[in-house]
Write a protein that binds this ligand. Structure first.
Ligand code: MN
Length: 464
């Protein structure tokens, strides 16, 4: 590595730099402004004769040296760059300025611009952000520490974001499952949500509104009372705290309210809390929060804020890849694999559609098969369908640059069943009875050809 040759415009800039402190490999130089010639900042060499090739030559430059130019004066920067590239045409140059824009700077392939005072300002603002989060944590603890049992209420059929946040709140409060139970008015249903709870060993207790009397503290995470119906139970309309990222609702009281609708996940708020409070995030908590952000933002795609990105990166160092894999790819049952084997033996991709008919399977097998089916050569759409109870359940995936999967599925199930989803993932349910009424029988061949026709029609209709 070469040196960093720092060139400051005037004594004031040089003094600012010396307050930041110099690195061992930094050569500090300055160019005095007219009236400053005797005010040499300590530690700085004056560039003899100003910005000239000769002055730079006296620094004995090497080809692997890097340069930093600190100035808000356009002509000063331009002449500095001009002289430096006489010495090394490919010199890497960092320009530190709070005023000049890209247009003010000379053309040089290896030049970057950043702030000087604003660079420090950004760090300070970040630190005050952490401080504000710490303050919220302190208030939460002060409010709840004296309570014997704090209920952490999640939405019915809690999703990964909610479950992860409940788990994080328990860690923040330094409590156990007995003194800070995760509670909900509806059980964890969706297979991927159950996979998270199982993998982390988290129990969500289903309770009735009456049972809320058992807790003497109540915190709502990733949810607000309006979710519990038009006329929510009185106890949830007056709570200790609400921490959420959904649009702010009215009609309830909370001592502490931290609602950030611009965030993609409540898990981002809790990551900031944990970070501000200097709480070490272990692999289980790290994986849960990471997965919470990932699933609420669809892998940092939909409605993702900068804060979600920062939290995701922060969690990435503490999560467990093995644990995350177990959550995202739950163990497949053996008979599910056999059903997949039978479906694969008849597989083909026609007009970009890959349909796998599984027969009777456990429901969580279906989305996993759909994920895999999209990997088939030529597949733009993957549809995995299985028989669950008395319903045909299908999961749909697409490559993303085609029509939205949710819209296509809604068109396919119209008048037959229910369905919906997002841009590249969707799910549909058609009762067998309804299917038979329209298509006669429901054997594999019939299901395959009926879905092929329905999807082809729906995709084409969408494209018109
Ligand atoms: Mn959420």
């Amino acid at each position: 590595m070469g040196r960093r040759i720092i060139v400051c415009d005037g004594a004031e800039t040089a003094r600012l730099w010396s307050r930041i402190g110099a690195g061992v490999d930094e050569e500090l130089t300055w160019v005095p402004r007219e009236e400053e010639s005797r005010a040499r900042p300590s530690g700085f060499r004056s560039l003899q004769g100003g910005l000239s090739e000769e002055a730079f030559q006296k620094l004995n430059p090497k080809t692997n040296d890097e340069y930093a130019l600190a100035s808000d004066d356009g002509p000063w920067i331009r002449s500095a760059v001009r002289e430096i590239i006489k010495i090394n045409a490919a010199a890497p140059i960092l320009v530190l300025t709070d005023v000049l824009s890209a247009d003010d700077l000379p053309d040089h392939t290896c030049l970057r611009r950043t702030g000087l005072k604003t660079l420090i300002r950004d760090d300070i603002d970040d630190e005050f952000g952490h401080l504000a989060n710490l303050q919220r944590v302190v208030k939460l603890r002060a409010l709840l520490d004296s309570r014997e049992k704090v209920g952490i209420l999640l939405q019915p059929d809690p999703d990964p974001d909610g479950i992860a946040c409940g788990y994080a709140l328990r860690a923040l409060l330094g409590r156990k499952r007995t003194t800070a139970p995760l509670i909900s008015f509806g059980e964890v249903q969706r297979p991927e949500n159950r996979a998270l709870a199982d993998a982390l060993g988290i129990e969500v207790r289903v309770i009735t509104p009456d049972e809320l009397d058992e807790v003497d503290g109540l915190v709502l995470v990733d949810v607000q009372p309006n979710v519990f119906g038009e006329d929510p139970p009185a106890r949830v309309r007056s709570v200790d705290a609400v921490i959420d990222h959904h649009p702010e609702r009215t009609g309830y009281d909370a001592v502490i309210r931290d609602i950030r609708p611009n965030y993609g996940a409540t898990a981002t708020i809790f990551t900031e809390y944990l970070r501000a409070a200097n709480i070490e995030i272990g692999p289980r908590l790290g994986s849960a929060l990471l997965y919470g952000i990932k699933s609420d933002t669809q892998y940092l795609g939909r409605e993702t804020s900068k804060q979600d990105m920062v939290a995701f990166a922060y969690l990435h160092t503490s999560h467990s890849a093995a644990l995350l894999r177990r959550i995202e790819r739950p163990a497949l049952p053996i008979d599910g694999l056999r059903a997949l084997g039978r479906a694969l033996s008849k597989t083909d991709v026609r007009d970009g559609l890959h349909i796998l008919v599984l027969g009777r399977v456990r429901e969580d097998v279906i989305p996993q098969v759909a994920d895999m089916a999209l990997q088939a050569d030529g597949a733009e759409w993957a549809i995995a369908v299985g028989l669950v109870g008395t319903d045909l359940v299908f999961s749909v995936r697409n490559v993303g640059y085609v029509r939205a999967a949710g819209d296509v599925v809604r068109a396919v199930v119209e008048g037959l069943g229910v369905g919906g989803g997002h841009r590249s993932m969707a799910k549909g349910i058609i009762p067998l009875k309804a299917f038979r009424k329209v298509y006669g029988k429901a054997d594999r061949a019939q299901i395959r050809s009926a879905l092929f026709d329905a999807f082809t029609r729906a995709i084409r209709r969408e494209e018109d």
